[in-house]
Every structure is written in structure tokens, then in C-alpha cells.
Design a protein around this ligand. Structure first.
Ligand SMILES: [Zn+2]
Length: 450
């Protein structure tokens, strides 16, 4: 919590979350994780390959788990925007390559255009040059690859690239199917229009990939699904990340929030070694990943207290990159389910929202006779940051149960004990009505856990 000093001049006992001892009745804090759990797990899938929906979704349904899918929008039938080059006529670019070698001034334009020219081999040169440029700073080798690709283009008869639009052939998921899944709590998120190496696109094409993908998602699934993005290949390229974060609230490939230790898939840093408030621990579950290792990530997350495990899956049952199998997913999700008393399994956006709302939030509470009142505020935009937070309030020992009211919503929660003090856990929406707690009859339901 950013313990801003809470100044409340309402009559009654004033209690600041930071100033008074936890044992004091009325003291309220924002739980580190939703429902007071010990850690968070997000199941995420990249590239939108078909068995993610045909195989993995029914398995997740059977466990009641939500998930987040980073989809390549240009491949989905019915999308308005597909892969295309934004810029000068490509004929002029090709001609220029005959006399001017590729260099730092023309590289991004050429690398952007080549993806839509020639045959598969010339098109793939963008991906290969991108890998050299983005992952190992081998710029000259990247330039050389682009030169070779254009030399091939100049020798060959010009062959336009085939249309990249997917068709409703059963191999591609449709927007209608995605919309139905979105209605059931699954999150969709951008993985760009065509899955390029963003680091080697010029600004116009970089913006196109990020903005037009967002636009198709907005048009087909609605604003809620424009929250998250994953830049392809998990790039850390500064310009790509900055451009993405100007258009999306959170990126899976990079989270700059100062209170988050961001451990990406390629890092072998031990999450237990971090002293930050939160650790976002990305792990890729691939074909070769042993099940005991995958389970050990769950164990660490359930016991450590500050870890958000962002699991990344690609292919499923033979379709997609480095696929896992449905049988493995069933075993793994069953393992997670057995630890659900400790783990909050939630979409990528919900966990990001929770952490930010809590870190940007403050809570103040006061007791006036038989009523405890709690005010929860954060300084984020309510349009995007809309999930309730779990609050923990200490209550008088003689209260058998507690009725919690915020606006029109009333819930009854059980009293629990912590080091001899009675408390309740309940949910409240930030920047909304004052929450009131009063004594209620015992035997009521505890806080909902999913
Ligand atoms: Zn991908």
C-alpha cells in the first residue's frame, strides 16, 4: 500500500490503516491478494492455435479456471485488419536496394516491407533479421540478411504474397466463438495483427500492428479485452514496449511498475530472492518441461506470499509451437486445483488490476457506535480499473458474524481469528460508496472464493 496519510474529519473514531496497531477494532487493510490468498496464478496462451480452444478450454471449464488468450487478430476470419505494409510504394524501395546497401537509416523500412514481398523465404528474412537485431545486437548480420532477401527479389519475377486472411475452415477460431468464450469469463488480449518482430518495424508499421489489433478486438469483443498485450517473442525492445504500453494497460512481456520484480520466461532468477512487494514470475510450459518442475512453480507460488505466476502455454496436442498435451494440462490443472485454498487463479488483467489498485489505493476506517465504516480510494481510472479488492477489517469480539454493505450490495461474512483478534474478509469496490460493517447473526456464508 502507498500509505498516504488518511485525513477523515467525520465524527467517530478515526483509524488510519498505517497509524494504529492491527489489533485495534476497525483497523482495515487491503489484502495482498484477492480473497486473502497467498499467491496468484494466471493461465495464458499465445498465438490462438485451435487446440487451445478445442482441447484446453473444456479442461479449464471442468476445473472452473479462467484464462487469457493472446490472439493474432489478422488470422481470424472476419477481422477488418490484416498484414500489410504501411509506407512508400514497395517498388521504389526494391529499386533503391540495388544501389544503396542496407544500413541503420533504411533498415526498419526495408525489414517492414519485406514481410509482404516475395516468397516464404524472403518473408522469413524479417523474422531472422529481427532475431539477430533484437536478441543479440548483431545489426550488420541483420542488414546483410535483408540485402540478400532484396537481391533475390530483384532477380525474381515479382510475386505478391498470398492473402494472410484466415478462413472459417475449422482450423481457425472465429470471432463468434471467441465472443461466446469472453461471455464466460475468458480474457482475450492482443498478440498483434501478424506476429512480427516488432523491434525491426518502422514506427508506422509498429503502430499498425498494435493499434489495428486493438481495434479488431474492440470491435468484436469490446473494451474489456483491450487491457492486455503480449509483444511477439516476448521482446524487451524499448521502442516496441513503449509503443505497446501507450495503447494497452499492461504487457505480459514487460511490466515496469517499480514494486514488481519482473522475471521473464528466459530468466532463471529465483523468485524467492526478491524483496519487492510483488514478483511477477513468468514460466513457459513447453513440450520438454518436466511435470515435476511445472508443479514446483505452483508449490513456490502457494508458499512464498508475493508471487504472481504467469504461466505461458503455446501449442496443445500437436498444434502450435512446442505443444503440451491435453493429458498434461489435465494433470497440471488438477494439481493447481488442489492448492486453490492458497492460490487465486485469475485472468492476466484481473491480477494486474488487483496489484495496481492495491498499490495505488488507500483505506480509512472509523467506528461509530455499532457501525464500522470503511472508505476505499485509489487514483486509477475507474473505466479500466474496475475490480473489487479484498479488505480485512478487525471487528469486536462479540460480533458473531458481520453484514457488509456497499451501495446496493449486501453480504454476510464469517468472522475469523488472527493472533487472538477477530476479523472479516470481504470485497469492496474502490472509489465507490462508503462500506459499512455491522454485527449479524452467525451461520452465514463466508466470502465467495472464486
Ligand atoms: Zn507468439
Amino acid at each position: 500500500m502507498t500509505n498516504k496519510t488518511c485525513v477523515f474529519t467525520i465524527l467517530g473514531l478515526l483509524i488510519s490503516s498505517s497509524a494504529l496497531a492491527a489489533s485495534q477494532v476497525g483497523h482495515t487493510e487491503i489484502a495482498k491478494w484477492q480473497y486473502g490468498k497467498s499467491g496468484a496464478v494466471s493461465l495464458t496462451y499465445d498465438d490462438g492455435s485451435i487446440n487451445q480452444f478445442r482441447v484446453a478450454v473444456p479442461i479449464m471449464d471442468s476445473f472452473g479456471f479462467p484464462a487469457t488468450f493472446f490472439i493474432i487478430t489478422g488470422e481470424i476470419p472476419g477481422s477488418q485488419y490484416h498484414g500489410t505494409f504501411i509506407g512508400r510504394p514497395t517498388k521504389a524501395i526494391i529499386q533503391e536496394t540495388a544501389s544503396v546497401p542496407t544500413n541503420q537509416d533504411n533498415f526498419l523500412e526495408r525489414a517492414s516491407a519485406i514481410r509482404f514481398l516475395g516468397d516464404q523465404e524472403t518473408r522469413d528474412s524479417q523474422t531472422q533479421a529481427g532475431e539477430l537485431y533484437d536478441e543479440s545486437n548483431k545489426f550488420d548480420q541483420g542488414y546483410q540478411l535483408i540485402d540478400e532477401a532484396y537481391a533475390k527479389l530483384r532477380r525474381d519475377v515479382f510475386k505478391p504474397a498470398p492473402e494472410h486472411e484466415g478462413s472459417a475452415d475449422g482450423k481457425h477460431i472465429t470471432w463468434d466463438e471467441l465472443s461466446a468464450l469472453a461471455g464466460r469469463g475468458y480474457e482475450f488480449a492482443s498478440h498483434t495483427v501478424t506476429h512480427p518482430r516488432l523491434a525491426v518495424l518502422d514506427d508506422a508499421n509498429l503502430v499498425y500492428e498494435l493499434e489495428k489489433s486493438r481495434q479488431d478486438i474492440l470491435d468484436h469483443l469490446g473494451f474489456k479485452h483491450t487491457f492486455s498485450v503480449e509483444c511477439p517473442y516476448g521482446t524487451e525492445n524499448e521502442r516496441a514496449v513503449r509503443t505497446a504500453l501507450a495503447r494497452y494497460q499492461v504487457a505480459r512481456n514487460h511490466m515496469p511498475d517499480p514494486y514488481v520484480e519482473d522475471i521473464d520466461r528466459g530468466s532463471d532468477m529465483d523468485p524467492v530472492g526478491s524483496s519487492k512487494e510483488y514478483v511477477r514470475w513468468q514460466r513457459g510450459a513447453l513440450t520438454e518441461t518436466p511435470m515435476p518442475v511445472m508443479k514446483s512453480w505452483i508449490d513456490t507460488t502457494a508458499t512464498r506470499g508475493n508471487i504472481w505466476l504467469a504461466l505461458v502455454f503455446h501449442g496443445v496436442d500437436g498444434i502450435g509451437w512446442k505443444p503440451t498435451t491435453g493429458a498434461e494440462l489435465r494433470e497440471y490443472f488438477g494439481y493447481i486445483k488442489r492448492k486453490q485454498d492458497k492460490l487465486w487463479v485469475a485472468t492476466f488483467q484481473d491480477v494486474a488490476k488487483y496489484m495496481r489498485e492495491r498499490m495505488h489505493g488507500n483505506v480509512a476506517s472509523y467506528r461509530d457506535g455499532d457501525v464500522i465504516s470503511v472508505v476505499l480510494r485509489d487514483d486509477l481510472t475507474d473505466l479500466s480499473y474496475d475490480i473489487p479488492l479484498t479488505l480485512k477489517t478487525f471487528v469486536p469480539s462479540e460480533w458473531p458474524a458481520v453484514e457488509v454493505r456497499q451501495g446496493a450490495r449486501t453480504t454476510r461474512v464469517k468472522v475469523a481469528r488472527d493472533k487472538g483478534n477477530n476479523f472479516v474478509l470481504y470485497q469492496a469496490v474502490p472509489n465507490a460508496e462508503v462500506v459499512t460493517l455491522v454485527s449479524a447473526q452467525a451461520g452465514m456464508q463466508q466470502i465467495q472464493t472464486r
